[in-house]
Design a protein around this ligand. Sequence first.
Ligand code: SF4
Length: 317
Amino acid sequence: MGSTVFKYVYGPVPSRRLGRSLGLDLIPFKTCSYNCIYCQLGNTTDLTIERRNYVPADDVLAELKEKLASGITCDYISLAGSGEPTLCASTGKLIAGIKEMTDIPISVITNGALLYLPEVRRELKRADLVIPSLDAGDAALFDYVNRPHPDIVFERVVEGLIAFAGDFSGRLLLEVLLVSGVSGLGDEVKNIAALAEKIRPEKVQLGTVTRPALEDFACAVKPEQMKKLAGLFTGKVELLPNDQPVVSVLDATSEATDADILNLLARRPCSLEGIAQGLNLHPHDAAKRLKKLLGERHINSHRNGRTVFYKRSGRNG
Ligand code: SF4
């Protein structure tokens, strides 16, 4: 069994969009510029727009080097985790350091709130794929769904997205997450679609709530309604599937430790299949480990629809 307990590197996470995505967590739990009603991580405890070196970049790169040397396979290295990654002031340095280390493409999953800052746009330029969010088409819905830091102005967020999209030579996907009865309504989606037309991403990825949400009232839009709403976008739009990703368990010979499972579940609630796929564990082995970790109260479980999600205990939400 591997013995290193990683602080910043977690996963690979099974991702609907990225296949097996090795996560880098650059932000303390749960530091974010938003406090979205649908957040799967729980309540934002540090609502901030202050960019700081929350983690030592050299330590993150050293961990990544060790993880890659262990022979894991992944499709992306993703800057994402316990909060908003662009709050990390060394994002640019980290992307440059990863590029020196490996050819594995880098993705940044961001709420996009700070893209109005020229330095953030500059730092993300060397990423291969950036996936910012846009969940509302006007300031009132933005305030309701994303509950941003008071200094964040909706119009400026949109301007930042347009400016970044116009300048970025990598792939840009715009994630739009719809909440039933809130943003998952025709008129609201028309407003979002009008802004997406100005941003001009490669495509819009349209999703709904699939994991246990922070607020009970943040519920999934029904699949038939999602299909209709997708038709309101003029550009290319992809409906994200509600089900768990199907990623092959390569040969299920992973040396993932219990600490690796806890690391993953601290950043992202996952189903048994998701854990097995992400960490390349045999499902029986994953089930045994989850049972043990549940018994030891290191994790807890929540049912969402037909799927049971496991989450690290001791986190809020
Ligand atoms: S969903 Fe993302 S942007 Fe929204 S509060 Fe959670 S971590 Fe922050």
